[in-house]
Design a protein around this ligand. Structure first.
Ligand code: DQA
Length: 133
């Protein structure tokens, strides 16, 4: 799952987030892990839509890899949603948020997720999938 502004990956601040689109990366991931796991992707710029999706899949899926974008640093509602569901969530950030502005150092999600990966670029999503597998 990807949160706000991550639909612009490939075009958004390429020096921070790289120049690859997420759909291109995701197609490659799906092929690579095809025999092991079924992968689904959801992106929204809207907090409520992300919460609705957590509720929808969070009692049946085996794992959720979630980059909540800037909602990471602001959303008590997403923290509550992660607490409310049963599926383990791995928090991912493409950039190393701790090497950036102080406002990005705090995460409302980290205390309630299974683990956190940040600073590994898009590879972080794959590492999270591997850890769930
Ligand atoms: C991000 C880091 C956040 O601070 C930022 O708001 C994002 C992307 C990352 O993947 O590095 O939108 O989650």
């Amino acid at each position: 799952m990807n949160g706000p502004n991550l639909n612009l990956l490939g075009r958004r601040e390429p020096s921070v987030y790289g120049n690859r689109t997420f759909s291109d990366f995701f197609e490659e991931l799906k092929k690579k892990y095809d025999s092991e796991v079924e992968l689904f992707f959801f992106q929204s710029n809207h907090e409520g839509a992300l919460i609705d999706k957590l509720h929808e899949v969070g009692f049946s899926f085996d794992g959720i890899v979630f980059n909540a974008g800037a909602y990471t640093h602001t959303s008590i509602a997403i923290q509550d949603a992660i607490k409310a569901i049963e599926t383990p969530v791995i928090e991912v950030h493409i950039s190393n948020v701790f090497a950036r502005e102080e406002m990005r150092h705090h995460s409302f999600l980290s205390p309630v997720v299974k683990g956190v990966l940040c600073g590994f670029g898009l590879q972080g999503y794959e590492l999270a999938i591997k850890s769930l597998l």
